[in-house]
Design a protein around this ligand. Sequence first.
Ligand code: GLU
Length: 369
Amino acid sequence: MATLSDGKRIVVKIGSALLVDRATGKLRAEWLHSLAQDVAWLKGQGKDVVLVSSGSIALGRGVLGLPATTLALEQSQAAAAVGQIRLARAYEEALEPHGITTAQVLVTLEDSADRRRYLNSRATMEQLLSLGVVPIVNENDTVATDEIRFGDNDRLAAQIAVTVAADQLILLSDVDGFYSANPNDDPDAIRYETVTTITPEIEAQAGDAGSGLSKGGMKTKLMAAKTATAAGCAMAISEGSPLRPLLALENGANATWFTAQSDPQTARKLWITAMKPRGSVTLDAGAVAAMSRGKSLLPAGVTAVQGPFARGDSISILTPAGHTIGYGLTRYSSREAEIIKGHQSSEIEELLGSPGRAALIHRDDLALS
Ligand code: GLU
């Protein structure tokens, strides 16, 4: 069975019910401080941590005095706008005493569906993590309308885990795992320790019920598990309400672990290889050699460009003799690549009129054969 100590990059999803007291609509400050201790403990072991936190709507609702019943979309958007600023501040204040810098990252479904935007948000997240920052992620509820919403942070957290190539996703929830039936209704319900494959039988066992504050139920958690595990990320559902919930998980608290299928790097390579290439770049011999040593592809090593392709598309990478050595997601369109090919990265700004990324294809976006 997986344990937290195996993880190098961990995404933790925190449900509204853990952070916000249902009766008062106020932040559960003591709990948040204990979570901050857990985050500091994980960071102290050299792990990268990303928090995906719900709670903006629940917090904002309390501040605005909106009813506890279902809110209209514009009411929840207003509540999110009021609540998010408090939510971010609460995390900042909780983590700062541990010497941890936080960042607020608000995303919509489009940011992961559109490959260009996906590359942008991934580059930003990567930069934040390399600077030791703990990103606090939530859906940008204020601008997301129904059609472009995740709606629940379970699936959002899984998408973030895939985006940052995390190897573990922990859903801190108000239940301590995945059950064969709803344990509140069925005394014979059993909790799975480990789920290695999400079979149709397992799917049929996921009911719909969520708690009053959070959007997701077991269904969205299973969907999250599918997304995460297919991308090489193990996922756990565990009970978040006790203090120091992550330490508790490490010490053997109840949980269900969903086993990762392969590892994030392999899964990402498969994903890139499965895309249809939209064009190609031909390299000089020096660039071919650099790539085989695991380097990114710089414009200087490109001798020819064949498009049309757009930023974020997959393109083939060719040797001087025209043999395909792999595929990669390009950070420049074919039009731009044509202009910067053969040039030093320091010249990109002058050539394109705006500063760009140094690499044409970053090594994380490469699948070499
Ligand atoms: N994004 C919503 C919020 O912060 C929560 C969605 C969810 O509960 O899954 O209030």
